[in-house]
Design a protein around this ligand. Structure first.
Ligand SMILES: Cc1cc2nc3c(=O)[nH]c(=O)nc-3n(C[C@H](O)[C@H](O)[C@H](O)COP(=O)(O)OP(=O)(O)OC[C@H]3O[C@@H](n4cnc5c(N)ncnc54)[C@H](O)[C@@H]3O)c2cc1C
Length: 598
């Protein structure tokens, strides 16, 4: 098996960073059995390692195939998807009213990490379906919910999120797909969408598209977008499938990675108009989409964590079998395993520590979403909602960058064998590269963090959160054990640097141009500070567990990983703060980016 789900590490991160065990004990999730998470993680990890991981390489090689308006996934995938859905895996955190298990988002996040590590192309379909369930649950009328949610929650039907058009990528104000109201209260849609994930496939009997479109009399820009449900097959009142709707897949993309995940172009209304139903109010489509954005972006960030974990496992296994050179102290007649070379070990530790930090940030964001839904008081729910909003762009961007960087380091560990396709390291890198691009590019995430989450209404959550990070550092710094003390010092230093950079953003003399110019380094600084603080929290918990007599070596390992992250990565936080504060000035204007070759 070339992927073993790190169930123990994941469970510790859920409990020690994301507070799952405490929240269960405190009744946040009703009477949920505290033993259930271990069982769910074990079974989801088993499915990932034993069933999904083995199809990943072949899926990459064969890919999705398009012919005559239909898309065929690799052999065996329909049965695989059926087995996954019938095991109930689509339903983990979905609402019980529609057949879901109603478990914490934290648990669903951890399961999604493992399935994505095993086969990212497979997991993307369910991510979209679950996002659509959230949108319908929050905004659709009762009749639409009753007709569609039970099938979507069970995974019998799948869903898409159809936003992008050739002229409308990051800028959804440019969406042109049209919707016209019919006499019977439904709508007719015409237009073209591109890059729509899993918009055509042979895994399920119906596909439900959630489509952003514009009514004829709508105001311009994003305030004139409405959300429509457009099924591939129309659904009768008794739930049976009827006529084919006027929405057709016209082709799929030939891509760098995620070859088995079909990326489709869709034509709506070439034969008179695709029948659609309004979700939410007219002209409120983008707002409907945004209400489910935190979880959708969290799950996208988790794809970075997932790819990083598998790349690390692969690289470690290779480093323990490949022999080259002679490490210091090795016998003269024997070459050493490359893991014996300090530079290789540093690279492996960088991969491991970056993955652990990214996982911690993602699970903390998932915990905030759970508390925003379930905390006892309105005040606590509102504070958690703000924290979730703050951590969402940080998670999406930092975790996706971690995926790309760790996968790249994984290739490096394999040397030349990493650059050829045989080892799978190259696939990991190719698959990872999309994550910083879709679901809002990382540049757009950085702008969201600075302009809306920090400088927008309720932005004081930034300072509250940074203060909490500093408190964790101070707690670690107060411990006599040298590694924890030094780790704590680095956390405090990073929190101070982030505070300084945040104050710079808030200064009244800042121009919008300056703020936008440094949004990305600010987001990175936030991510590193969050990462080292959450790892310090995990290290403090590991120490407490050891003091309570738990001698599992994983606890010493978690302290060592946090210490490495602090000393090798997070010490760079003050330099990043300097980049935020000083580099806007160094950015040339558009006219100075001359093409000297011309
Ligand atoms: C494999 C794949 C799957 C996808 N799945 C889906 C899907 O299921 N549903 C769907 O609707 N879409 C999907 N997309 C589309 C995806 O969300 C878009 O590609 C993404 O939003 C970026 O839009 P774009 O490609 O037009 O790039 P552009 O918007 O043209 O961006 C180009 C560059 O300019 C930057 N940029 C753009 N505007 C600004 C700005 N205002 N300020 C600063 N920088 C800016 C961007 O950060 C980026 O670096 C998918 C794309 C791919 C490749």
């Amino acid at each position: 098996m070339d992927y073993v789900a790190p169930v123990k590490s994941i469970h510790l991160a859920l409990d020690d960073v994301a507070g799952l065990a405490d929240d269960l004990a405190g009744g946040l999730h009703g009477g949920l059995d505290p033993e259930l998470p271990a069982h769910i993680l074990e079974e989801a990890g088993r499915f990932a390692g034993e069933t999904l991981a083995p199809v990943d390489r072949e899926g990459d090689r064969v890919g999705a195939r398009f012919a005559n308006g239909t898309v065929t996934l690799p052999d065996g995938w329909p049965a695989l998807y059926k087995a996954w859905a019938e095991a109930g895996w689509n339903t983990v955190d979905l609402p019980p009213e529609w057949g879901g298990m109603g478990l914490p988002v934290r648990l669903a996040t951890a399961c999604m990490e493992m399935w994505t590590s095993a086969c990212m192309s497979f997991s993307l379909g369910p991510v979209l379906t679950q996002g659509a369930v959230d949108a319908l649950e929050l905004h659709a009328d009762r009749a639409l919910k009753e007709k569609y949610l039970p099938k979507l929650v069970a995974g019998e039907w799948t869903a898409t999120m159809a936003l992008t058009e050739p002229q409308a990528g990051s800028d959804l104000a440019a969406v042109r797909t049209r919707a016209v109201k019919a006499d019977d209260g439904t709508y007719r849609l015409t237009g073209q969408k591109i890059f729509i994930t899993y918009a055509e496939h042979d895994l399920a009997e119906n596909i439900v598209h959630l489509v952003l479109a514009r009514l004829a009399d709508a105001p311009p820009g994003t305030k004139g977008l409405s959300l429509f449900l457009v099924p591939k097959f129309l659904v009768g009142d008794d739930g049976t499938l009827g006529a084919r709707n006027d929405v057709w897949c016209t082709g799929i993309e030939d891509k760098l990675g995620i070859h088995a995940s079909p990326t489709c172009s869709l034509a709506f209304g070439d034969n008179g108009g695709a029948v659609g139903w309004l979700v939410g109010a007219e002209n409120r489509g983008l707002a409907c989409m945004f209400t489910m954005m935190n979880k959708a972006r969290l799950f996208t960030g988790v794809q970075g964590v997932a790819v990083a974990e598998r790349a690390y496992q692969r690289a470690l296994a290779y480093a323990k079998t490949r022999r080259q050179g002679r490490a210091a102290g090795a016998p003269p007649d024997q070459s050493s395993l490359i893991v014996a070379h300090p530079d290789v070990r540093r690279t492996l530790m960088t991969m491991k520590a970056m993955t652990a930090a990214a996982r911690a940030v993602a699970y903390a964001a998932a915990a905030a979403i759970d508390r925003a839904r379930h905390a006892r008081t309105a005040e606590a729910r509102e504070a958690a909602e703000r924290l979730a909003g703050l951590l969402t762009p940080v998670t999406k961007a930092c975790c996706s960058e971690t995926g790309v960087e760790v996968a790249s380091l994984g290739i490096q560990i394999h040397g030349g064998m990493g650059f050829v396709e045989d080892t799978g390291a190259a696939q990991q890198y190719r698959d990872a590269r999309i994550v910083p691009i879709y679901e809002g590019t990382n540049g757009i995430q950085a702008i969201d963090l600075v302009t809306r989450k920090v400088l927008g209404p309720g932005g004081a959550i930034a300072e509250t959160t940074i203060a909490a990070y500093r408190d964790v550092g101070a707690a670690a710094a107060a411990i006599a054990e040298p590694r924890l003390r030094l780790l704590g010092d680095v956390v405090v230093e990073a929190a101070d640097a982030l505070t300084q950079a945040t104050a710079w953003l808030r200064a009244p003399e800042r121009s919008p141009e300056e703020l936008l110019a440094v949004a990305t380094p600010y987001l990175r600084l936030f991510g590193i500070t969050a990462g080292v603080s959450y790892l310090a929290k995990a290290a403090l918990a590991a120490r407490a567990r050891r003091e309570a007599g738990d001698n599992d070596p994983i606890h010493a390992d978690n302290i060592a990983t946090a210490y490495f992250y602090a000393q090798a990565i997070a010490v760079g936080a003050p330099t990043l703060a300097r980049v935020v504060i000083e580099s806007a000035d160094a950015l040339p204007g558009p006219s100075s980016l001359s093409d000297f070759a011309a």
